[in-house]
Design a protein around this ligand. Structure first.
Ligand code: NA7
Length: 555
């Protein structure tokens, strides 16, 4: 059979969505490939499987995504678990109990496994398998998906639930292979854990991850050296055992609370401020800020006044309060000053939550090294070399974050129409329509893609919303007998303008972070998160669909 005849055969085979998996000539056929079995991927399997055949491909040997990979000591969510949980099944909502207010990684992984079992999702999930390459065949409107186990799957749609914080940012310094000790990245932590006792440990990175891990490692290690490039703002997490009354209150009111979450930032627990910082006397400001600091609600400090994220002067008041707290906790004034962020506004990077991070610097076995002035240049046989010294270490931990938002997609060789690759298309920064689709890559949808609210909203609930939205698009396609949906380049440009323009109203523009790719040397692109708020995002998505799929081409 010649190539053309084979293609026509496949086309005849696939002309209708097949609603069932099949295999021809060792090629598998399915309706939808879901990439990733994190929280969004798991829900995508559940939601889409009702009407379509689905194969989910997951790199890890277990489900849970972020909460599968990030098993470093102290890993914990910074949103209350009563909120940071699925809403799609009312019985699940009532049955599940979280042991703490802010769940630790093992509980979140346990929850993901429970959901996979309870809804029998595993039968459609292929673990320890990586999507290596995808090409779109425009003659039959199908994706060819190639996986690390040598399999070739042909499907109509791909839903990429690849996670916005899943591709590790690995420091590029030379000499890695010469180091006699152990190097670990926090996002690829061994399941069996690490024994730090008697060890000289070096930790690079003081973002959310580094700040959670360090106090626990310091309690076990002989010595912990923290290599800090930029200090972070952090406030006490307020984690505590779950209060039965609090849990019951949530369980009694879930439908209304979930609704409230979607009309907010995916969270409902915070008290929204009504007044500007400038409407208060310094004493009143101080009292409000003290209340925020001790609120036991992760980000309440950022909601002290209604202009913390939009007015630099208001932001400075909060930032100075946080610096005073650091100076009050850390006894050595030189260390305290190094820990005080001064180069960006509070909230410009995501505010960290900690359990004893600043207090940890009062221990004798912890030291802080400033690698902003003398950067790390190499791994050596004995440890790490900076521009002005060598540090002898037994274990090096890189808590250096992620090639965020675009990294996971850019690492798959994805070829759309006319041979264009996604890596080329995004070489100067990501482009999307509403964060879901990329022009020239038809029938490919992303959950929490570039230019969605991402981590600026609560990711499980808003992830469910996005999966439902994608499900609706697919349903409309199938009910209309359609074969292909693509975004237009003009719509991408309009969305880019919207994303950039709203980011100009917030203080995020004054910070280099993973939100704008500036945490990675040489990474191009503007602000990659939509900070106009989840309600507006959802409204604009809805409007596009209601306006006869404005910005999309369907055939
Ligand atoms: P982050 O927040 O990106 O933090 C990474 C940290 O690693 C940060 O302190 C970086 O300093 C530091 N880093 C990165 N590269 C280097 C090099 N080359 N030299 C020295 N230090 C470096 O990642 P996290 O994993 O902590 O948190 C990510 C998100 O997860 C968080 O926002 C929450 O949403 C949950 P920098 O600040 O870039 O100077």
């Amino acid at each position: 059979m010649d190539f053309r005849a084979a293609k026509l055969l496949i086309k005849a085979d696939c002309i209708k969505i097949i609603k069932g998996n099949s295999v021809t000539n060792s090629i598998e056929h399915t309706d939808i490939v879901v990439i990733g079995a994190g929280f969004s991927g798991l829900y995508a399997v559940h939601r889409l499987r009702k009407d379509y055949a689905v194969i989910c491909v997951e790199a890890g040997d277990g489900v849970g995504g972020t909460w599968y990979w990030n098993r470093y000591p102290g890993a914990r969510v910074d949103i209350e678990s009563v909120e940071y949980s699925y809403s799609f099944d009312k019985t699940l909502e009532q049955e599940w109990s979280w042991p703490e207010y802010f769940s630790a990684q093992p509980d979140l992984e346990r929850y993901a496994n429970h959901v996979a079992d309870r809804f029998d999702l595993r039968k459609d999930i292929r673990l320890s398998t990586i999507v290596t390459r995808m090409t779109f065949d425009a003659t039959i409107d199908r994706w060819n998906v190639h996986t690390s186990d040598g399999k070739h799957i042909i499907c109509k749609y791909v839903v990429a639930a690849t996670g916005s914080l899943s591709a590790a940012n690995t420091p590029p310094w030379p000499g890695r292979e010469t180091f006699k000790g152990q190097i670990l990245h926090t996002t690829e932590w061994p399941r069996e854990g690490i024994d730090f006792s008697g060890k000289r440990v070096g930790q690079i990175g003081t973002g959310s991850t580094g700040i959670q891990a360090a106090p626990i490692i310091a309690r076990e290690a002989a010595h912990l050296t923290i290599f800090q490039r930029t200090p972070a703002f952090s406030m006490p997490s307020g984690n505590r055992p779950m209060d039965a009354e609090h849990e019951q209150d949530w369980k009694a009111n879930y439908p209304a609370r979930r609704q409230e979450m979607l009309s907010n930032y995916g969270v409902s627990l915070m008290t929204r401020p009504e007044r500007s910082a400038h409407e208060y006397t310094p004493e009143e400001q101080r009292a409000i800020l003290e209340k925020g600091w001790t609120s036991k609600s992760a980000f309440q400090l950022m909601l002290a006044f209604n202009d913390v994220m939009t007015d630099k002067a208001a932001n400075d008041i909060v930032a100075e309060f946080a610096r005073e707290k650091i100076r009050g906790i850390v006894k050595d004034p030189v260390t305290a000053e190094l820990l005080c962020p001064k180069t960006y506004p509070i909230g410009g990077k995501r505010l960290c939550n900690d359990a004893g991070y600043y207090e940890m610097y009062n221990r004798d076995n912890v030291s802080l090294v400033d690698v902003a002035t003398a950067p790390i240049v190499a791994f050596t046989e004995k440890g790490l070399r900076t521009a002005d010294a060598e540090y002898e270490l037994d274990i090096i931990i890189t808590a250096t974050g992620f090639d965020a938002v675009t990294g996971a997609m850019a690492r798959i060789a994805i070829e759309g129409v006319n041979g264009q690759t996604l890596a080329d298309k995004w070489a100067n920064g990501p482009t999307t329509h509403l964060g879901f689709m990329v022009a020239g890559f038809p029938n490919l949808f992303m959950v929490h893609g570039p230019m969605t609210p991402g981590a600026q909203a609560q990711m499980i609930t808003t992830g469910e919303w996005q999966v439902d939205f994608i499900g609706r698009i697919i349903d409309d396609m199938e009910q209309g007998g359609l074969s292909r949906i693509d975004a237009t380049v003009e719509a991408e440009q309009r969305w880019a303008d919207e994303v950039q323009s709203v980011s100009q109203f917030t203080i995020h523009r004054f910070a280099d972070s993973w939100y704008n790719g500036k945490n990675i040397d040489g990474k191009k692109g503007g602000f990659m998160i939509y900070v106009g708020g989840f309600p507006r995002f959802a409204e604009l998505c809805e409007e596009a669909i209601q306006a006869n799929y404005e910005g999309f081409l369907r055939s």
